[in-house]
Design a protein around this ligand. Sequence first.
Ligand code: GDP
Ligand code: ZN
Length: 460
Amino acid sequence: MNYDSSPIAAIATAPGRGGIGVVRVSGKNLEAVMSAVCGTTALQPRHATYLPFRNADGSIIDQGLALYFKAPHSYTGEDVLELQGHGGPVVMQMLLARCLEAGADLDLRLAQPGEFTHRAFLNNKLDLAQAEAVADLIEASTEAAAKSASESLSGVFSKAIHELVEKVIHLRMLVEATLDFPEEEIDFLEKSDARGQLERIRANLAEIFENASQGALLRDGLNVVLAGQPNVGKSSLLNALAGADVAIVTPIAGTTRDKVTETIQMEGIPLNIIDTAGIRDAGDEVERIGIERTWGEVRKADVIVHLLDASRGPTRADEEIVGRFPPNVPVLRIWNKIDLSGHKPGVDCMSDATHIYLSAAERRGIDLLRTELLRVAGWQQTGESRFLARERHLLALKAAREHLDMAAEYVVQGSQTSDQALDLLAEELRIAQERLNSITGEFSSDDLLGVIFSRFCIGK
Ligand code: GDP
Ligand code: ZN
């Protein structure tokens, strides 16, 4: 991506028809565009002015509201002009084209995906975790996910990270000072309770990690594979799960048609349910490829729900399926149709799997399954708000934790002090801080920024 500083423009509203549509322009010297399109350069910042948007020949494209935000008080931190017209695709395209034409001398160009937000980041309007939260808020598939994205966007997550970094910096200063005045080494670290400080930092990090993992669950959901022979009741179970207070939401993006994936939500967590109806002996090559792909999904599952018919018991085909389950994925074994078999609804934790007895058709025991799914996911029902975190954040937090764990060992050794242990301690703390900083983007490489912002939609 090329982030030159020339002004940029894009349609900021979603494609398609809508009540209104917005063309957004950001950069320096926007007066030329303003005067050409709006017929004035005297737009009062942050005030809406109703006026006609005009072509070069004076004909009217649309009438609407012009809004001007003077730098730095704008989304991007640059001067921003927003033109709100009628939300039709053609009229929006015409308005955008007219802006680009009017700004040709300024090198006004079409914005790349995420470029407005990238500029907001570069101009310190948002840190990286907040910028990511913008995309996550737009893409949130459940209310709970949207709520925690907006929490992260408002900076709660970033603030927690900053406070943690401050504590690490404080401890680093102590250690560095001790290295500089070796005579007083042991005393200094002990008097300042370096060990206690480090313990509090680690406890604080553990808390943030816990909260962030819950948030990541809200964002990415849980991949559930529904396995079992035909007619054991997979579709019925899916309906029963979706039927309670759960709603069917849109299928997740990027899934191919050949495997049936449905997303339902449970307590705001998206459950991506993959139906493995296709796991059978392959008839032909095409089917074989499809089945292999399904097994690929099974290997990526967070939990496997294996259905059996309680009135008939396991078959050889079931044994074959079980034999192919990846060893590290937890299995919930569902004995369905207990209305026929006479079992009572219940949960039985056995060494091979957790067994659950239920009836999908009669909707008995479904809550047991829901509770077990949430337990496997590690979900905790707290009233607290969560940070909507990404895998990237979790990895950074984990790395920081590892380095703080190492640091803790050197602090213990520090009482028999070797200079070497102190050096290593200082180094571990430095790396831990660096990892934490990468979350808010303090020391992020251009590569990372490119990856993050290119996933945005255009106009954002
Ligand atoms: P799938 O092929 O695994 O998706 O199974 P379906 O959900 O399509 O169910 C197959 C048949 O079993 C249907 O006739 C269902 O009505 C029936 N069935 C599903 N669950 C139950 C149950 O709990 N009790 C009884 N008696 N029948 C069930
Ligand atoms: Zn089915």
